[in-house]
Design a protein around this ligand. Structure first.
Ligand code: FAD
Length: 485
């Protein structure tokens, strides 16, 4: 193990500082200063790991990351072995090390009476160091099986499945309807959380290993699902959960009211140097964001960088921190906005605010949103949330971004052309092995799980790859970190 007395000698967590707010608001670069080889404290932080007999962090991580092992290797400065152990369970630590809410840290036993080990920072340091030292090289399969697989969707689930299946010797093509590969990592998550160079250099490795990419092809429209089924021996559906949840209120049709992903997609494209005619921008506007999760906070950071006049985030069902019962896990739940870097940067937050409707202007301005009518959220004894009578008020709004999450995947063509079953929640139905009820068709990530996290998408992609490999080859040696249920 690392330093056996490390946690007694170093009791505090130490992390690289975030870049100052006034500096980072002027650009789109990562808010965190991830320092490669420049963290004098990294060794002693890794040395705080207690190497527990039962490492709960393994279970806390859906990928089963071998955390005490690589903490020890970082403490010893053995970078090649550290990246080897990290890659053994995680195809893309450069993504999780940056944007995972780190359930592993919530499971760290040291957290019982000290701040937990800085696992996420150790993880990102290993992969950054590995790229810098040229330790991330293509793992080309030694033989090809002759089997072909189509992976539809190029988010973290599809990419993880594709990389595992390519390395197992299958010939894999990834289909993506966007003009570039990466799913929500490319066009959802802004650069200030994940700069796109991290996706691009991983794709370079995947191309060198033999994975083929077909961007700009929408399956179901440009090529039918049935054609794909005829052309390939197996299909992995990794199309994400892209249907936005909308409030059932009046005025949704007004100009200036947009789903968050429409706004973020355009903003990310512009940051990538693309031309987006008629871009929705927050510049000079009073912006309201409905929803206080990851998507809402990404809208906030984006609107602040675009120069919004004001930004207010409404959290519908969340109580202010001081009013929450001690037993309520939130706000320590890491995916909510208290811990988002965007909320250090500005904007107002209004808790327990229910949207009653969007109100247009007058005369020529009637078709454009100008105000948002809100009321205080009241909890009924049965747990339902309703607008409290007599609490309605209007707040100015020129741009409203609806960031209330996603109801599930787009399934019309998939179900119509292939006949896959759906769950009561409208997700693609699957058994424990990620198989849909159409032989040879598997599903991984948000399309089958519902909106979730990058770490779950990678874990599901890896496990689905093992199921596909077994379907094609009769058995598989690929790892299965999670089951679908
Ligand atoms: P996706 O990443 O959604 O990828 C699916 C891909 O399939 C898309 O590129 C889509 O264009 C493509 N596609 C769909 N249909 C077709 C078709 N018919 N033909 C071809 N291609 C198709 N999680 C975290 O852990 N940390 C975060 O900080 C975080 N921030 C987030 C911020 C935002 C704004 C959003 C929306 C989500 C965030 N998440 C975060 C959640 C995370 O991004 C998702 O859980 C994850 O990306 C799901 O991966 P996936 O591969 O299943 O799907």
């Amino acid at each position: 193990m690392a330093d056996p007395r490390g946690f007694l000698k170093v009791r505090e967590r130490e992390l690289p500082p975030n870049r100052p707010v006034e500096v980072r608001l002027r650009d789109w670069k990562d808010v965190h200063a991830h320092l490669v080889s420049g963290q004098p404290f990294l060794k002693e932080q890794a040395g705080r790991c207690m190497d527990c007999g039962i490492p709960f962090c393994h279970n806390g991580c859906p990928l089963g990351n071998l955390i005490p092992e690589w903490n020890d290797l970082v403490w010893r400065g053995q970078w090649a072995d550290a990246i080897d152990r990290l890659h053994a369970t995680n195809n893309f630590p450069e993504f999780t090390g940056r944007i995972c809410p780190a359930p592993c840290e919530s499971s760290c036993v040291l957290g019982i009476n000290q701040p937990p080990v800085t696992i996420k920072n150790v993880e990102v340091s290993i992969i950054d160091e590995a790229f810098a030292r040229g330790l991330v090289t293509p793992q080309v399969p030694q033989r090809l099986t002759g089997h072909t697989v189509a992976v539809v969707g190029s988010g973290p689930a599809g990419l993880a499945a594709a990389q595992q299946l390519t390395r197992a010797g299958h010939t894999v093509a990834v289909y993506e309807r966007d003009d570039e590969i990466g799913g929500l990592l490319r066009y959802g998550v802004p650069d200030f959380k994940l700069e796109k160079l991290h996706i691009d250099r991983r794709l370079e490795q995947m191309r060198a290993e033999g994975t083929r990419f077909r961007a700009g092809v929408e399956v179901g429209r440009d090529v039918t699902w049935a054609q794909l089924q005829a052309r390939y021996d197996a299909i992995v559906v990794a199309t994400g959960a892209t249907v936005p949840r909308e409030p059932s209120v009046t005025g949704l049709e007004l100009a200036g009211v947009h789903p968050a992903m429409e706004y973020l997609h355009q903003a990310n494209a512009v940051v990538a140097g693309k031309d987006v005619p008629g871009q929705i921008t927050a510049e000079g506007k009073h912006v309201i964001i409905i929803g206080g999760g990851d998507t809402g906070s990404d809208c906030l950071g984006t609107a602040l960088r675009q120069g919004a006049a004001s930004v207010t985030t409404l959290a519908i069902g969340k109580r202010p921190p001081e009013e929450r019962p001690a037993s309520q896990p939130w706000p320590t739940d890491p995916v909510v906005f208290e811990v988002s870097s965007s909320h250090e940067e500005g904007g107002e937050r209004t808790y327990l605010a229910s949207t009653v409707g969007f109100v247009g202007g007058e005369g020529d301005d009637a078709g454009r949103v100008r105000r948002l009518r809100v009321a205080t959220t009241e909890y009924l004894p049965d747990g339902r949330r309703v607008p409290a009578p007599g609490t309605e008020r209007d707040i100015p709004a020129d741009l409203v971004l609806v960031a209330m999450g996603f109801t599930g995947p787009e399934t019309g063509q998939l179900a119509g052309q292939l006949g896959v079953g759906l769950t009561d929640r409208g997700l693609v139905a699957r058994d424990d092995d990620f198989a849909t009820d159409v032989p040879g068709v598997f599903v991984a990530g948000d399309a089958g799980r519902g909106q979730s996290l990058v770490v779950w998408a990678i874990a599901e992609g890896r496990a689905a790859a093992a199921a596909v490999d077994a379907f094609l080859s009769g058995s598989s040696e690929l790892p299965v970190p999670v089951t679908a249920s």
